[in-house]
Design a protein. Sequence first.
Length: 397
Amino acid sequence: MTDVTPGAHLVHVGRQPIFDAGGAVVAYELLFRGSMAAIDSGRQDTYATSQVIVNAFTEFGLDEVAGGKPCFINLTTEFLTGDLTLPFGPERVVLEVLETVTIDDAVIAGITSLVEQGYRVALDDFVRGSGHERLLPLASYVKLDLLDGDLSNLDELVAEIRRHPGVQIVAERLETAAQVALADRHGMELRQGYALSRPQVLSTASISPSRLRRLELLSALNAPESNLDSVMSIIATDPALSMRVLRASNSAAAGGAARVSSVRQAVVMIGLAHIRQWAMLMVIDDIAEATEDQMIGALTRARLSENVAPALGASPDAAFMAGLVSGVADLLGTPAATLAEQLPLTAEVSAALVDGAGRLGEVLRVVDAYDAGDVGAHDLAGHYMEAIRWSTRATTR
């Protein structure tokens, strides 16, 4: 098991490859991997979906999870009807409609709207007579269970699907060579199952945003006139929120892979609408781990770096970012260089964290020296006390 420092915890996401007929991996299905022990039975499906989305996009980042390939994500009715808004664009995801979803007019209207926005839809464990055939005109993929599904009328079922041009069939739960041969015989384009690859579990250390700060952020975002400065200040004063926003800015939510040097840039890049949607999912995923003292420590380092920056000719915003990332790395028990490689940072910020290069690198060395008790040529006592006061106010307000 991976060791984590106090205040951090491990988060997990499962992924199972989806192959084409030639054996190449073309996509991954993302799977919930975690405990449901404390979750009411009525909200377990929504919790699982929210955890998969939050973990994949903001703890790992889609590049690490899927390497640029599309991700199939199971969705519950709340997401399909728009009661819970998807916090990402359609570029890198396929929305799976589970067989347990009751197909009614509201679901059809919601899925129609999602397809019109460019999202691709997959129908999971498709069977005739369940009502899901009403979604065939909207689907890009149909998944057929070749292990436990009813195969007595497979010819007719495949023929019905083929009447909808552009729909690809995913043969799922393939566990034997005979089932793979059955997929071949019916020309099923995509395949998934233990005969090809078992699910893999990805794990990483994480600190969770403060429950209070998440609720405060959601409140600010839902005010009649959301204010960028107030939203930015809430995010910037919670290290875990800042890290999630950074990763989200480099995922499908931002629709690109631009580099940032400040929390403000990341917030602007994603936009308040997407930030609001991420905040809603993080409230659903409402578990906080890092202690207040640890959060104050990470923020103090970021603020001290910001305060020191002008005297060393560095950007205060970029110094805050570098100090924040290095402080969070300490909380996670991981090298700052490793964390920097996972985030969409500018070359200047990344170089400071990876190689200690440039003026930002000098800022970090001065802060490290002060933390170690080496005052040297820089008397930072005043800056440090201001950083402590600021961090304490930010964390406990």
